[in-house]
Design a binder for this molecule. Structure first.
Ligand code: SIN
Length: 330
């Protein structure tokens, strides 16, 4: 039997996992390179042969659509290499769920793709990054991780890209999968998978492999008591092709703002109702007559993930019925 370890490509983008603490208790994200992160965990040599590529050097608040396209292209190139068993992406935790869901729909592969970050900088007391990275590589090198879509590994847990959400500003257990639960657990590299995800991804994604030069502009408008329609009208004026409402409760918003949404939809802008509650389903035609107003519902996707799917959907169609279908499939 060959003793060769699986070959894993690490795509480094920055984040707190690559951060350095300063003397006053603050820290700077994205200071260390992917190679430095690997060198800090020599035990990785027991799991895989890893080559690192630095795709970006940012805190993930600076992740954007053009970097997503670059990251997807670099990941797809690695995954298309028959010698590569899986890909690990180091990433800040702030927008990790958006990048993970984007890659989940943009990459054509059955190989494991794992995003990993950390809540404590690499030079903090008791950093969480080294164990998270060890676990992420273990998952990416694991044949049973194939065909599960893009995964997020942190705090000994494995999350599906569609389900995971950052829920706490500082705690190590910030990532939760509130609607459909965990993909599995990983303890010091020992992996326990639960059931598969039922929503389409990667090999079954009609957007993958993604071949577009840019993504359409989609804005998010946050609802609250007293929401006016001005920001919805402004998004339309600024040329947004889509608007996601981060609605109260089950995707609700004030009557004035709803009128703005209906007019935007009438003018050909795709308007998606999602919820800012952090869990549950936004269904069609409950308190709001979506059919009559030409609106789309996000089902379980939180606002930032609904925006990702809407951007991808708008690369194919602006028909609200077709866009709604995407929210039922993905
Ligand atoms: C970031 O998202 O880049 C900063 C926060 C973190 O990585 O935890």
């Amino acid at each position: 039997m060959s003793s060769a370890k699986p070959s894993i490509r690490l795509l480094a983008t920055g984040g707190t996992i690559a951060g350095a603490q300063n003397a006053s208790g603050g820290y700077a994200a994205a200071v260390m390179s992917g190679d430095e992160l690997l060198a800090a965990v020599p035990q990785l040599a027991n799991l895989a042969q890893i080559t690192a590529e630095q795709v970006a050097h940012i805190g993930s608040q600076d992740m954007d659509e053009s970097l997503w396209l670059k990251l997807a292209a670099r990941a797809q190139m690695a995954l298309d290499d028959p010698a590569v068993a899986g890909v690990v992406v180091t990433h800040g935790t702030d927008t990790m769920e958006e990048t993970a869901y984007f890659l989940n729909l943009a990459l054509r592969t059955d190989k494991p793709v794992v995003l990993v970050g950390a809540m404590r900088p690499a030079t903090a007391i008791s950093p969480d990054g080294p164990m998270n990275l060890f676990n992420a590589v273990a998952v990416a090198a694991e044949p049973a991780a194939k065909n599960r879509g893009v995964l997020v590994v942190a705090n000994d847990e494995i999350h599906f890209a569609r389900e995971v959400a950052k829920t706490n500003t500082t705690q190590l257990g910030t990532f939760k999968s509130p609607n459909r639960g965990l993909a599995g657990r990983v303890n010091r590299g020992r992996i326990h998978f639960f059931g598969p995800t039922v929503r389409a991804h990667t090999m079954a994604s009609e957007f993958a492999p993604l071949a577009v030069a840019e993504l359409p502009r989609v804005e998010i408008v946050h609802a609250f008591a007293g929401l006016r329609r001005d920001l919805i009208d402004a998004a339309v004026r600024l040329g947004a092709r889509g608007i996601v409402i981060a609605g109260v409760g089950a995707g609700n918003l004030s009557s004035a703002a709803l009128r703005g949404c209906a007019e935007a939809a009438h003018a050909g802008v795709a308007v998606v109702r999602s919820s800012l509650t952090g869990g549950g389903v936004v269904e069609r035609n409950i308190e709001i007559n979506d059919d009559e107003l030409g609106l789309i519902v996000a089902e379980e996707l939180n606002p930032q993930k609904a925006r990702v799917l809407l951007m991808l959907g708008l690369t194919r169609t602006s028909d609200p019925a077709q866009l709604q279908r995407f929210f039922q499939i993905y």
